[in-house]
Design a protein around this ligand. Sequence first.
Ligand code: NAI
Ligand code: MG
Length: 337
Amino acid sequence: MTHRICLLPGDGIGPEVIQSARDVLEALALPLQWEYAGIGFGAYERFGTPLPDSTLEQIRAADAALFGAVTTPPNLPGYFSPVVKMRQRLDLFANLRPTISLPHPSSRPNIDLLIVRENTEGLYSGIERLEENGNRAITERVITRHASERIIRKAFALAAQSGRERVHLVHKANVLRQSCGLFRQVGLEVAAQYPQIEMVEMLVDTCAMELVRAPEQFQVIVTTNLFGDILSDEACMFTGGLGVAASANLGEDAAVFEPVHGSAPNLAGTGKANPAATLFASALLLEHLGEAESAARLRNAITTCIAQGLVTPDFGGELTTGAMTEAVIAKIQREIP
Ligand code: NAI
Ligand code: MG
């Protein structure tokens, strides 16, 4: 069965890392069909919006989408970040951020962690107001049973699928008694349906501390939007940071995979962009499409290149984006499928 993949290159180094991913995915000789859609500042200049409706339709129609990065100019009136809007419009409710040890000096050992972050509500619900002539600011934190249940179910289902034994339910229910209280309550209910998986509750501040102290104790963390945003950025630093951090955004009828980094305008056109983050995102995409074997081959190839120093300058190597791409392809082709 042919997989339809929608590529969203975006701005800055986005097109460079997406080209790398396409070249590497083609080397896996899978039945893939490509299409391109516009997003970001370049799309704004061409179509008058950074997120055309046609782009959303293409993502929905595809089996999966791979997104590079966009540049968001800070002071352009009427401009909005298409990333946040895309997640809302496609109801991409689950944000997945794996952190896995790499054979590299900047990586800590024995880490295999998946952070599952609620992506649609919490403190990022967008309900804010000013009172008292601007001297009192209020942001509402919305937590619903519906959104909590689907994200916690997703975390336990992923844990069960991947043979993990433990899920950390991270909250602050001792202080945020209503909103985190509801999230926690739903967590207890869902956990009861997975008796084979140990559920560990942890307060978010303790979790931030424990992550630094002993990250290898965590297998899956499920948490609300803002907490997950902060913890996942913290976690990606254990294995090398932005050059290798990848994420998945999953909804009921769309799936978008992306590197965590932005458009790095300072690197655009220099050949210094590390493609590894987008290649790891491509491995997540392959898993989502049911191509687990190819995903493992791809991951092995990237990891071998990292171990052998066949990497870009940010990771201590001397290769360009294109040369590292070729090195990954050479590793894939040397393996027996
Ligand atoms: P950034 O992630 O683009 O860059 C931060 C630092 O990491 C820079 O020093 C950059 O050179 C380096 N870097 C990033 N990706 C790299 C890669 N693949 N290889 C080697 N080095 C890499 O974040 P920054 O500078 O804060 O933002 C730049 C633009 O990107 C802004 O317009 C921002 O709005 C946008 N942005 C977009 C995101 C997205 O599309 N998902 C996420 C974050 C920022
Ligand atoms: Mg973040």
